[in-house]
Design a protein around this ligand. Structure first.
Ligand code: AMP
Length: 184
């Protein structure tokens, strides 16, 4: 199963992706986590993306696409994966389509978590992970970036008839069940 878990920052993609790993038996692939690890380990990639991430902006499409392409070719992702935080631009979605079609593969489901802005802001402010990009001014930048650059990705998958909208409000368990209902 190749699943895209889509939604604005604070929608609960990471939380849900981690829970779904066990339920559907494939791994979470979070581009944000990969970048945070690279920064923590001070790799060349980490050094390159730190300032962009801290500002709440998007890392360049080429860098992200190359990282995802490398990752999905690993044997542990052969059965599928839950994409969390990717694709975040239409260019990334197109690049994903082309890398999958070269491999004779496709996305099985695209699930968009819907959460109103006020709720997103409250969740991000309360997240308390000490993330550099979870401060009020960075949160505003990230929501603006989402609306301008990422929201069109939903229209892209709607155009392909693949998008399923899921209410992202409620308990973690209730939301998880809605996602499972949407993907089967
Ligand atoms: P996330 O953990 O998904 O909220 O991602 C945190 C940050 O990592 C984002 O604000 C971006 O700076 C960067 N990032 C993660 N995924 C992507 C992506 N697909 N394209 C561009 N930047 C990304």
């Amino acid at each position: 199963m190749r699943l895209i878990l889509f939604g604005p920052p604070g929608a609960g993609k990471g939380t849900q992706a981690k829970l779904l790993e066990e339920k559907i038996g494939v791994r979470q692939l979070s581009t944000g986590d990969m970048f945070r690890n690279a920064i923590k380990n001070q790799t060349p990639l980490g050094v390159k993306v730190k300032a962009i991430m801290d500002a709440g902006k998007l890392v360049g499409d080429d860098v992200v696409v190359e990282m995802v392409a490398e990752t999905i070719s690993k044997p542990e992702y052969a059965k599928g994966y839950i994409l969390d935080g990717f694709p975040r631009t239409v260019a990334q979605a197109e690049a994903l389509d082309s890398m999958l079609s070269k491999r004779g593969e496709k996305i099985d489901a695209f699930v968009a978590l819907e959460v109103p802005d006020e709720q997103l802001i409250a969740r991000l402010v309360n997240r308390g992970q000490g993330r550099e990009d979870d401060t009020p001014d960075k949160i505003k930048v990230r929501l603006d970036v989402y609306k301008k650059e990422t929201a069109p990705v939903l229209a892209y998958y709607e155009g392909k008839g693949q998008a399923r909208l899921v209410n992202g409000l409620g308990t973690i368990e209730a939301i998880q069940q809605r996602i499972l209902d949407a993907v089967v």
